[in-house]
Design a protein around this ligand. Structure first.
Ligand SMILES: Cc1cc2nc3c(=O)[nH]c(=O)nc-3n(C[C@H](O)[C@H](O)[C@H](O)COP(=O)(O)OP(=O)(O)OC[C@H]3O[C@@H](n4cnc5c(N)ncnc54)[C@H](O)[C@@H]3O)c2cc1C
Length: 339
């Protein structure tokens, strides 16, 4: 997906910066745009969608308002389309590490060393920042970004290549199927014979021209110093090695979520949750929280997409009145707005 702004790292002061591009953050981004707020959306991952995109993209969801059922990855697509309508700035692939007040604005710092300025902050960080599990084998770190990747940013970069895909979940199986007709050859290695992916897709994979090697793992990768050339894989039942010529390795072995430095931002917490009042305000004026990371003071904690949507709408509309006291909290009805 494209970035909505050309210069996301400028010193511009945004009205609201939303940390976390899961369903809560995406819906909040849309709402902030509707309220004509200058909006920035940040996520540690290269792709938006949070848990929905990372943990269960191929599963149907049955309790999202307006859909009797919807495939998780299709919901993310719809949320992104809705969120981008008002041209927010997207900063993806950067984990927010610091959040501090500087005069009347907040300064946000990231693991890429960039600084971002904003008048209000909405933390929609879910269960924490996601990062891909790394493949642990000699040579991998040397060729990361030079043949070895954890995401497909541009599918055309894999066209005509000999690809090794590592993993047995939805992402691995999906990408193998997606690129089987454009790649020169695809080998998929999975350390077990049980897949975590959607069974219909696994059945399609097994019938396809993808060379599926079960009980195989990567032992090491080799290159010429500039680019990746080979992968040595082994059968974990008998240790027999096979050397494959490869141009690209796509590693899809899951993600881990990490709360990271959020605890040091001066916010009152309850376990993994940031405490919120009924307006989704935290103990720091100007910082709001919504979604799975919110711990409503007197409310019931219900970690669902629908709950996050409602909290996002509340938080953004309260934030609007916070940065512009002449604004009402109630946004009016979108159905009565001119487009
Ligand atoms: C297997 C499974 C099935 C589910 N099924 C359903 C269902 O059927 N119906 C339903 O309603 N709910 C379901 N849920 C729950 C639902 O997915 C969550 O409630 C929802 O994703 C919460 O959205 P969120 O935006 O608050 O957080 P998340 O989806 O967790 O998104 C948070 C985002 O914030 C980012 N982030 C965190 N910290 C930082 C940081 N410091 N810097 C930058 N970015 C950061 C993360 O990378 C992540 O992308 C399911 C959950 C799981 C695990």
């Amino acid at each position: 997906m494209g970035r909505a702004s050309s210069n996301p790292m400028s010193q511009d002061v945004y009205d609201i910066t939303i940390i976390g591009a899961g369903p809560t953050g995406l819906f909040a981004t849309f709402y902030a745009g509707l309220r004509q707020m200058k909006t920035k959306l940040m996520d540690a991952l290269e792709e938006p969608g949070g848990q929905v995109a990372v943990l269960y993209p191929e599963k149907y969801i049955f309790d999202v308002p307006g859909y009797s059922k919807i495939l998780a990855k299709d919901l993310v697509k719809c949320l992104v389309e809705q969120a981008l309508q008002y041209n927010p700035t997207l900063v993806l692939g950067e984990r927010v590490t610091t959040l501090r007040k500087a005069d009347s604005t907040f300064q946000i710092g990231t693991d890429k060393g960039t600084a971002h300025y904003t008048r209000a902050v909405l933390i929609a960080a879910g269960v924490g920042a996601f990062s891909p599990n790394k493949l642990e084998a000699p040579g991998v770190s040397e060729y990361e970004g030079r043949g070895i990747s954890y995401f497909v940013k541009d599918k055309s970069a894999f066209a005509g290549k000999k690809i090794l895909i590592v993993g047995g979940g939805d992402s691995a199986v999906d990408w193998a199927l997606n690129m089987k007709d454009t790649a020169a050859k695809i080998t998929l290695v999975h350390r077990r014979d049980v897949f975590r992916a959607h069974e219909q897709n696994v059945a399609e994979l097994m019938k396809s021209r993808v060379d599926v090697k079960l009980f195989y793992e990567v032992r090491k990768v080799l290159g010429d110093g500039k680019s990746l050339k080979q992968a040595v894989i082994f059968d974990n039942r008998n240790d027999a090695e096979t050397t494959l010529d490869v141009d690209a390795i796509l590693v899809n072995i899951g993600f881990r979520a990490d709360l990271g430095p959020i605890r040091s931002w001066g916010l009152e917490m309850n376990g993994r949750d940031i405490k919120a009042n009924g307006k989704m305000e935290t103990n720091v004026a100007g910082i709001f929280v919504a979604g799975d990371m919110a711990g409503p003071a007197d409310g019931v904690k219900l970690n669902l997409i629908a709950t996050g949507y409602a909290q996002a709408a509340l938080a953004v509309n309260v934030a609007k009145a916070y940065i512009d006291p002449n604004s009402k909290i109630f946004p009016g009805h979108s159905s009565e707005m001119k487009k």
